[in-house]
Write a protein that binds this ligand. Sequence first.
Ligand SMILES: Cc1ncc(C[n+]2csc(CCOP(=O)(O)OP(=O)(O)O)c2C)c(N)n1
Ligand code: SF4
Ligand SMILES: [Mg+2]
Length: 351
Amino acid sequence: MTYIAKPKLHHPSLARNKVGYTRRDYEGRVSTLCAGCGHDSISAAIIQACWELDIEPHRVAKLSGIGCSSKTPDYFLGASHGFNTVHGRMPSVLTGANLANRELLYLGVSGDGDSASIGLGQFAHVMRRGVNMVYIVENNGVYGLTKGQFSATADRGSKSKKGAINADSPVDLIGLALQLGATYVARGFSGDKEQLVPLIKGAIAHQGAAFIDVISPCVAFNNHAGSTRSYDYVREHNEAVSRIDFISPRDEITASVAPGDCVDVEQHDGTVLRLRKLHADYDPGNRVAAMAHVQALQAEGEVVTGLLYIEPEALDMHAALRTPLQALNRLGEAQLCPGSAALEKVNAGLR
Ligand SMILES: Cc1ncc(C[n+]2csc(CCOP(=O)(O)OP(=O)(O)O)c2C)c(N)n1
Ligand code: SF4
Ligand SMILES: [Mg+2]
């Protein structure tokens, strides 16, 4: 089923963005996921964010692991580079690709099983290295593709479709990302596109490790009473710390919110994230406070969403390693082979 392509015909009057593409040019193949799966809404949010940001599809590399969530890159950005890797191994492939060519936008899409179970080690290292990327986990609390076993992010005490109670503590990917040094950390809900699209745009504009945990209900195996990842549960317990508006440098910044109710965060590339504060004392610039706030509300069963932490002037892996600006495959012989005099100097230093 995954080979079904969408018809290419466009209505001639479809709106085009600044780089000449219609929204449909950002679509992929026909989704084969279950009707109502949260993952499809995330694909739609990615499409909208990329179209509105005028990103040329061939400038994007989308990478994933294995799972229903990891299948989704086939359903958006059909003209982008793609690599469907091995279960849990997307982060190392993304890191290698990014090291070789920093000119592309790296979009990693994974599942809670893919990132918090088999891929937990890889998740940790890609965050601590500060790889410049957008890393999205489509978090449904189960292994959807293999028919609904609890994943490592399932809450202790939550109930499976067949009535089993999960006895294990959950892996908290938000807490891990914060602790490991990710410089843009957010949580969204697939059922709230108004919140999710600007969160994705902010992550794309961010020059560093951007992580978004998106609660994405699995309608086939984890959408019943007793689940803490169902549409009903998340709607009832969604505690947003802020609403963000994404303002690109060419947009006029309008003062539509009373001063004190919002904070403007300017990023490297001139984009501004306007945070409309819903919790007056929440500070998205304080990593430790963010961890404490999320933990405290999670302990009460709330699902904390919004932009939780941002370090606008973040330095990424390339800055730390002082790698060349040019993609490795475009380096000339002079850069790749510094000559025998340089080699002699290195050897002399080792004698
Ligand atoms: C090495 C390996 N181990 C196990 C599997 C079986 N497997 C396929 S998908 C999956 C879990 C997917 O769960 P998640 O990442 O949460 O994705 P979802 O389907 O829920 O979106 C597992 C265990 C596999 N494909 N490869
Ligand atoms: S099994 Fe669950 S995660 Fe997979 S497509 Fe169906 S609803 Fe989505
Ligand atoms: Mg899952």
